[in-house]
Design a protein around this ligand. Structure first.
Ligand code: ZN
Length: 258
């Protein structure tokens, strides 16, 4: 991941509120296309110049070639608000975050995230490294990748609630781990769409916790087709189960995982 500094300069007299709105909208559109990560973007103002720091998955994430129609529209709105096109410079490589997958056509990939993640939920099946969403040859829906970001936000919200032992944990665990949930329905449809545009088999991750015993958990079958799906050895210390027919992966219940 790379830290970028963006500087916006006014070219005419303008209203602060209009500038703030235009800049924040531009950041939102970049975020919904996977070009920047995170959710909070503090903006510093000095005279007629506005500066911010953003984290990008790759050094060239902000290249024009990756801009969605929504990002292009947001850039036009910056001009309308009285700002010049942002000056972009690389500050440093962020050592705190995961490096992106070097190639973008792995043998398989998986939609996987955790409450700690800010990176793309599309992960390389060979290395588990994140694959930037703007890299998909076509948009996922409505011109950009917002539907995937929104699915990830909901997943992270669920994960945070269940980690904290929320009163609604059992409903949340169903959303995260069962194939008749709304979160699964949305996520698995996104996985199908991503597979269609990337031509790479795209799996969906089902979270698993609790259960009655280690033995029962080891013998758990694919919740979709009911067939055997246990792997001989876990992948990335996370996935213990993988069904190629249903394109699902899951873990041995975290309660029994060593
Ligand atoms: Zn199956």
């Amino acid at each position: 991941m790379f830290i970028k500094e963006l500087t916006f300069e006014c070219y005419k007299n303008t209203q602060y509120a209009a500038i703030e709105r235009a800049i924040n909208n531009y950041f939102d559109m970049l975020r919904y296309n996977g070009q920047i990560l995170g959710r909070e973007f503090p903006i510093a103002m000095l005279d007629a110049t506005f500066t911010t720091r953003l984290v990008c998955p790759e050094e060239h994430s902000l290249d024009e070639q990756f801009n969605s129609p929504q990002v292009k529209h947001a850039l036009a709105q910056l001009t309308e608000a009285g700002l010049l096109a942002p000056k972009i410079k690389t500050v440093a490589e962020d050592l705190n975050s995961l490096e992106c997958a070097p190639g973008f056509t792995p043998s398989w990939q998986v939609l996987y995230t955790t409450f700690l993640d800010t990176c793309s939920p599309l992960r390389c099946g060979d290395t588990l490294q994140p694959i930037p969403l703007y890299r998909t040859p076509e948009a996922i829906s409505n011109g950009d990748r917002k539907s995937v970001i929104k699915w990830q936000e909901e997943w992270i919200n669920c994960d945070e609630l269940q980690m904290n032992g929320s009163a609604v944990s059992s409903a949340i665990l169903k959303e995260m781990g069962e194939v008749d949930s709304k979160l699964y329905y949305r996520g698995s449809n996104l996985a199908k769409r991503i597979q269609f545009v990337t031509k790479v088999p795209t799996y969906y991750y089902l979270y698993r916790v609790a259960g009655t015993s280690l033995e029962d958990e080891q013998q758990r079958k694919c919740p979709s087709c009911g067939e055997e799906w246990r792997l001989e050895a876990p992948l990335f210390d996370i996935f213990d189960f993988k069904c190629d027919a249903c394109q699902l992966v899951s873990n041995l219940s975290w309660d029994f995982k060593k």
